[in-house]
Design a protein around this ligand. Structure first.
Ligand SMILES: N[C@@H](CCC(=O)N[C@@H](CS)C(=O)NCC(=O)O)C(=O)O
Length: 186
């Protein structure tokens, strides 16, 4: 059954993957699973029909037959469980890969999202520039820790996807590695 995911109707890229639907699209495309996309306006996301799929009125969601999922990490995990190629077969390697999935969502994403929130909601505040310095320091620290452990390949992918290419820690990464080569590190 072809799954359907949801994306923003009116994001700057018109729902083509700049929001958290990107990671779901990425997983689906990696495993070669075709999928449909339902675009939603902000107000549609808050209506009961969508809240029946997503309790917080957000996206992405994932519908596949009688299965409905929300939370991008859970959706990616579901895709990885159903298709070969995203998670290693060896039990310990699989557990380590899942650990990194949680780290991405719970430890790496929050400081990056703090910056998004600041630039969207706090730009007009007197303390905006100071706040930006603080959140960008936290991001640099986190990306530095990531790069110490995982090396350049993952960060160059993050940089290209999330627009972090101008950060020194990312710029300092050696080039020529691909995201796929990170699989070997699990
Ligand atoms: N932890 C959730 C976060 C979902 C989320 O914040 N989605 C954003 C789009 S990237 C959204 O729907 N924002 C609108 C809102 O929160 O009202 C996930 O990873 O799926």
């Amino acid at each position: 059954m072809t799954p359907t995911i949801t994306a923003f109707e009116r994001s700057p890229d018109r729902g083509k993957g700049l929001a958290r639907d990107m990671r779901v699209r990425w997983a689906l495309e990696e495993v070669g699973q075709p999928y449909g996309v339902r675009l939603l306006s902000f107000s549609e996301m808050k209506e009961p029909a969508h809240r029946a799929l997503h309790p917080f009125g957000q996206l992405p969601t994932y519908e596949e037959g009688d299965l409905t999922l929300f939370e991008s990490g859970a959706i990616v995990f579901h895709i990885a469980e159903r298709h070969a190629g995203l998670l290693p077969d060896d039990g310990n390697a699989r557990a380590r890969a899942i650990t990194w999935m949680f780290a991405a969502l719970n430890t790496v994403e929050p400081p990056i999202f703090d910056r998004v929130i600041a630039t969207v909601l706090d730009r007009d505040k007197a303390w905006y520039e100071q706040r930006l310095l603080v959140v960008e320091d936290r991001i640099r620290e986190r990306l530095g820790e990531l790069s110490s452990r995982l090396g350049a390949c993952l960060l160059s992918r993050i940089a290209s996807v999330n627009g972090w290419a101008n950060f020194p820690v990312v710029l300092a990464m050696p080039t020529g590695l691909t995201a796929r080569s990170t699989r070997a590190t699990f």
